[in-house]
Design a protein around this ligand. Structure first.
Ligand SMILES: Cc1ncc(COP(=O)(O)O)c(C=O)c1O
Length: 390
């Protein structure tokens, strides 16, 4: 029996489906944008929440040792990362966490680097906090996307970069960075005293044949420049409970984080988040393994159909995340044309390439694969039909 249950999320205050009208030209699009899933959480999570709700008293809450242990066990078991309880801090999301870290680790007007195409809240975190954005685009090679180490180091020196927001695995292009790649980029940062904010929220969604390497496990010599951010959010479809984990092995950085968190009085989250996340890490693995198979199957299905029927479409290899990066620039080149194609001709809402780093990516789209095969088939049919007619 399948553990994974598709759920129709329309009319549930769902950002992805009920937010279409607000963010796109129409409300009746097939929603394949926001990075969450159209699946119910594992039953162990709903059961834990139900029994907590049935208990009925919702006064101030202390997260139990079992919450921390559940995460520590998960990291040890599935990522070979030995996290210590005292390194762990709370944030109500990875996005708030990197926004705070930008303020903690770089001063106003100081430079923070990112590698586009990348999750657009990285850029906003720098700009909205009045830090200086330094973009070092990934290189598109015959073997796929790669980091441009030379330009990165040059930019660090030229712009006096203080911090780097690293996306590992990398949204939207789906790379799972190899140990040597991580080591090279961390070595550069270490050489120039650049703090690294390693966003590893997608760390569990790894396709077969690939392994996620937590930045912190590459060498403890990076501890004094490194903060890792992760969560059960992507793994278990728990964005709405707003519970994420900040890992800070270095006591000086921890002291800065603590002073900041105390200054804004956000040192812990709501009880429901802790209850849900603990249950997911303790008992959600079988559900998650089924999910991984579905994501990989959806990826292969969509890739194979697009490649067979539209040879000019280029699909990035999916190594990790449930987000598929598709280059349609043989057909569309501007954001307007891509929008016209996706919204008016295909009736599909996607994340547009331009959001991840400007016009250079305007012919690309990011498609969310964490949905039913039926939705993936519909998307394939519509994209193929629209592009064959164009
Ligand atoms: C790289 C990355 N970081 C963070 C987030 C969201 O984090 P949160 O919902 O915990 O703020 C996402 C969601 O898509 C993401 O792709």
């Amino acid at each position: 029996m399948s553990l994974l249950k598709y759920v129709d999320r329309k009319n549930t205050n769902c950002a992805k489906w009920d937010g279409l009208e607000h963010s796109f030209s129409r409300g009746d699009l097939l929603a394949m944008w926001v990075a969450d899933m159209d699946f119910e959480v594992p039953e162990c999570v709903s059961d834990a929440l139900k029994s907590y709700i049935e208990m009925g008293a919702f006064g101030y809450y202390i997260p139990p040792a079992d919450y921390f242990n559940a995460f520590i066990d998960w990291e040890r078991r599935y990522h070979g990362y030995e996290v210590k309880r005292e390194w762990m801090r709370f944030a109500p999301g990875v996005v708030p966490a990197f926004n705070w870290l930008v303020q903690i680790l770089a001063g106003e007007g100081e430079a923070v680097a990112v590698m586009p195409p990348v999750y657009y809240p990285f850029m906003k975190a720098v700009e909205n906090n009045d830090r200086r954005l330094v973009e070092v685009p990934l290189l598109l090679t015959d073997a796929g996307y790669a980091m441009d180490y030379e330009s990165f180091e040059e930019a660090i020196v030229r712009e006096d970069v203080k911090a780097f927001i690293f996306c590992s695995p990398h949204n939207p292009i789906g790379r799972v960075w190899k140990k040597d790649e991580i080591r090279r980029v961390l070595d550069i940062c270490k050489r120039h005293n650049v703090y690294v904010i390693s966003d590893e929220i997608h760390h569990d969604i790894i396709m077969s044949g690939h392994t996620h390497i937590p930045s912190a496990t590459v060498s403890t010599s990076y501890d004094d420049i490194l903060v890792t951010l992760t969560a059960a959010t992507k793994t278990f479809n728990l964005a709405a409970v707003q519970n994420s984990i900040v890992i800070i092995p270095d006591e000086n950085i921890r002291a800065k984080w603590d002073a900041f968190a105390q200054g804004i009085s956000v040192t812990g989250g709501n009880a429901f988040g802790y209850v849900a996340v603990q249950a997911a890490y303790e008992r959600g693995r079988p559900w998650f393994e089924e999910l991984l198979g579905v994501v990989e199957g959806n990826y292969k299905y969509l890739r194979d159909r697009l490649e067979a029927e539209l040879p000019e479409v280029r699909v990035a290899d999916l190594e990790g995340t449930y987000l598929m990066w598709i280059d349609l620039s043989a057909y569309v080149n501007t954001e307007e044309d891509t929008q016209e194609l996706m919204e008016n001709k295909c009736g599909i809402a996607v994340d547009y390439g331009a959001w991840f780093g400007g016009n250079k990516y305007a012919g690309c789209i990011r498609v969310n694969l964490a949905t039913s095969r039926e939705n993936i088939e519909t998307a394939a049919d519509r994209i193929i039909k629209a592009l064959k007619q164009s």
